[in-house]
Design a protein around this ligand. Structure first.
Ligand code: NAP
Length: 255
């Protein structure tokens, strides 16, 4: 028996990167996982293949986030997938992982209103309305985990708009934690440092070496390390943690 046997989970943005590792890990603990993706269907299918290869269960849900109708489309697919496999549309674990990032080196002077609006639409508005829509599906004792960034605590001027959108995302945590506590639903934020998400930059040793210097451990994080923390928060073991900001950045910029 895994820690999440008979649980259902939605991991937004699990076609690749950190979301994929989270989806794999939750499934390995026994959860039926909705693997959400925006555009990269092949990658999402690969996530599902990896889950099933480990003996886990999942299904795909496509929905571009940050555009009109996004939440509706997401929940149509989610509810259909859950009903087909379990007979009901009940959700135990919601991981708001999908995120848009600022193009590297975007100075504050260069942020356009379009870029700003896109970051807030994907990183802030979509998770808020996903949580709102999930309220009717979430089981008592459920879990909401919001994936944020250490840039809400450390000044990185080139990431100001992204950090603002994640700072607003973090507000979901305390307010909904209090709102949902009577149902035993916990709501937490996990803030990440630089984490290898499989993108090409992590294949360049000199760049990885530079990025590693921000962590107290002098290395970049792995998606699996983040998935371990998310899985803990999703488990019964974390029932007494709610409204929390959890730094899972490998001690980024501790001083
Ligand atoms: P990633 O590799 O770029 O993957 C992003 C995921 O989100 C993909 O599955 C992508 O799906 C989905 N996604 C992005 N925009 C979307 C949209 N508009 N609509 C629907 N889906 C969308 O990202 P990651 O590095 O794993 O990051 C995961 C989370 O951790 C993000 O919230 C990010 O801000 C946060 N984070 C990451 C780091 C890091 O160093 N990696 C550091 C701090 C925080 P498709 O490709 O299918 O569209």
């Amino acid at each position: 028996m895994g820690k999440l046997t008979n649980k259902t989970a939605l991991v937004t943005g699990s076609s690749r990167g950190i979301g994929r590792a989270v989806a794999q890990r939750l499934a390995a603990e026994g959860a039926l996982v909705a693997v959400h993706y925006g555009s990269n269907e092949e990658a999402a299918k690969e996530t599902l293949r990896l889950i099933e290869g480990d003996g886990g269960r999942g299904f795909l849900v496509r929905a571009a986030l940050g555009v009109p109708g996004d939440t509706h489309e997401l929940f149509l697919g989610l509810e259909r997938g859950l009903k087909e496999r379990t007979g009901e549309a009940s959700l135990d674990i919601l991981v708001n992982n999908a995120g848009a990032q600022t193009a590297a080196g975007l100075a504050p002077e260069e942020v356009t209103t379009e870029e700003f609006d896109h970051l807030f639409a994907v990183n802030t508005r979509a998770p808020f309305f996903i949580v709102q829509r999930a309220l009717g599906l979430l089981s008592d004792g459920g879990r909401i985990i919001n994936v944020s960034s250490g840039t809400t605590r450390v000044a990185v001027p080139d990431q100001v708009a992204y950090a603002m959108s994640k700072g607003a995302l973090e507000q979901i945590t305390p307010h909904f934690a209090r709102h949902l506590a009577p149902r035993g639903i916990t709501v937490n934020t996990i803030a990440l440092g630089i984490t290898d998400n499989g993108s090409p930059v992590f294949d360049v040793p000199e760049i990885v070496e530079q990025m590693a210097q921000f962590s107290a451990f002098k290395r970049v994080g792995t998606a699996g390390e983040v998935a371990d923390v998310v899985t803990f928060l999703a488990s019964e073991d974390a029932r007494w943690i709610t409204g929390a900001f959890i730094d899972a950045s490998g001690g980024t910029m501790l001083g």
